[in-house]
Design a protein. Structure first.
Length: 181
C-alpha cells in the first residue's frame, strides 16, 4: 500500500494509470466555437444507449458541452496518436479543431451538434442526460443519438501506465451482446 506523500497526484500516477482504456477525443461546439479534449468514456446503458465521460470543469470543452447540451466521443485508431497529442493541448481562437489541424467530422442532424474526429474507429454523437460534479471532474452522461463505425479498424489506441499503446489483435470471437463469455 502506498503511503501519503502529500502529492495529490500520486495515486493517479501509480494506481489509476494502470487502468487501460481506449483514447477518446471529446468534441463540443456552441455556434462557431468548437473545442475538443482527450478524455475517458464508458458505456453505462444499452437501452437506451448511454455513455459517461469525465471532463475538467474549467475546460472550454466542458463549458461548451454544458452550454450546448451535446458532445461527441471519437475513439482513436492506433495510427492517430498524433491527433491525441494535439487534442490534449490548449489552443487559442474559437475553433480548436482548426487551430490544431484536427480534421472534423460533422454531426448528423439532431445528434447534438458536436464535431468529431475524422478517421476514428468509432464515433458517438450524444445529447446530455445528466451532469454531476465528482472529485475534480464533472461526469456527463449522454444518450447516443447517432454513431459511425469503421469496421476495418480494430487496432485501438490505448492509454496505459501514462503512455500510449495499442492492442493489435483480437483473442476471441465477437460476442452477440455484452462481454464475451
Amino acid at each position: 500500500m502506498a503511503e501519503n506523500t502529500g502529492d495529490r497526484y500520486a495515486v493517479a500516477r501509480t494506481a489509476l494509470s494502470r487502468i487501460p482504456h481506449g483514447v477518446a477525443i471529446i468534441g463540443a461546439a456552441d455556434g462557431a466555437e468548437r473545442s475538443c479534449a482527450t478524455g475517458t468514456a464508458m458505456y453505462v446503458s444499452f437501452v437506451p444507449p448511454m455513455v459517461v465521460i469525465a471532463e475538467h470543469p474549467g475546460s472550454r470543452t466542458c463549458r461548451l458541452i454544458q452550454r450546448s447540451g451535446g458532445f461527441s466521443v471519437s475513439f482513436l485508431h492506433a495510427s492517430q496518436q498524433d491527433v491525441a497529442e494535439r487534442a490534449g493541448k490548449s489552443a487559442e481562437g474559437p475553433d480548436k479543431f482548426a487551430t490544431l489541424r484536427i480534421k472534423p467530422l460533422e454531426a448528423p442532424p439532431d445528434a447534438g451538434g458536436a464535431p468529431a474526429v475524422a478517421g476514428s474507429m468509432a464515433v458517438l454523437w450524444c445529447v446530455v442526460r445528466d451532469s454531476r460534479e465528482t472529485g475534480d471532474h464533472v461526469l456527463i452522461t449522454g444518450e447516443v443519438k447517432a454513431h459511425e463505425i469503421d469496421e476495418t479498424k480494430i487496432d485501438a489506441l490505448l492509454r496505459f501506465r501514462r503512455r500510449y499503446a495499442h492492442i493489435g489483435h483480437v483473442t476471441s470471437e465477437e460476442s452477440p451482446e455484452g462481454y464475451p463469455t
